[in-house]
Design a protein around this ligand. Structure first.
Ligand code: ZN
Ligand code: ZN
Length: 254
């Protein structure tokens, strides 16, 4: 399985993850923070499914542009996979004619821009050779992490979340688990903000790692861009094993 953190900036900011999307095998995207800006557009048109974790803006911000870029008047439209709350939020707050045209209403008379597939917690669904399981997380709004399993290896993408228990219990039972992409949003100096916005700091990240009794590769994601140096400094002060930040543009194989 191939996973790429999609770039959301260029130049000196290229290492920053301003917006959030991951590509799985070039055909499935987890989240739509920046897929609408991927170059060339042919890369966007390779995507058959976009799986949404939740409706926060950094995870859906390029969705309208993406849907316009991949729109075809014939053929099968892209499938958006999301929980019911995420679907409702996108439809009522984005596709409402004020922020973006109401694509649901327009699809009554024109070729559809997308179809929805509703996700439910721990109900595995299949896309091509991948089985994907939504894992409920603890965030400001209903949010899923995802276990992506190709039959020989599995990767968990766990973002955005406060500390959780059930997700690690589930991942501890996965025989194929090779890697975890876990959010690391704030430094310790902003532990209060992390708590209020339901994210992790280095100390809570390390405590989450200890809940997984498996030898896997860990990748930190979702670092607040301007706080990256402070977050990494905090991490090395409390942990002997250095944290690996998943770099936008890099391709990871499992
Ligand atoms: Zn969020
Ligand atoms: Zn986020």
């Amino acid at each position: 399985m191939k996973i790429q953190v999609v770039e959301s900036a260029v130049g000196q900011s290229a290492q920053h993850q301003f917006a959030v999307s991951y590509l799985i095998n070039d055909t499935v995207a987890i989240d739509a923070g920046c897929i609408g800006f991927m170059y060339p557009i042919a890369r966007q048109r390779q995507l058959s499914h976009v799986v949404l974790s939740h409706s926060h803006f950094d995870h859906i911000s390029s969705l309208p542009v993406f849907l316009e870029n991949v729109y075809r008047t014939t053929g099968v439209p892209v499938v958006l996979c999301a929980g019911e709350e995420t679907r409702r939020a996108v439809e009522s707050h984005i596709f409402n004619d004020r922020i973006w045209p109401d694509l649901v209403r327009i699809a009554q008379t024109e070729a559809p821009f997308f179809t929805w597939q509703t996700l439910r917690e721990f109900e595995t669904f299949l896309i091509g050779g991948l089985s994907i399981t939504p894992i409920p997380l603890d965030h400001l709004i209903p949010t899923f992490g995802f276990l992506v399993d190709d039959g020989s290896s599995a990767v968990a993408i766990v973002s955005d979340t406060a500390p959780v228990t059930q997700a690690w219990d589930f991942l501890n039972r996965q025989p194929n688990l090779n890697a975890v992409f876990l959010e690391l949003s704030f430094p310790e100096s902003m532990a209060g903000l992390a708590e209020h916005t339901m994210h992790l700091t280095p100390s809570t990240f390390v405590r989450e790692q200890a809940k997984l009794k498996k030898d896997v590769s860990w990748f930190a994601v979702h670092l607040k861009s301007t706080l990256r140096a402070e977050i990494l400094g905090d991490f090395s002060a409390i942990s002997d094993s250095p944290v690996v930040v998943a770099e936008p543009g890099a391709e990871y194989s499992f």
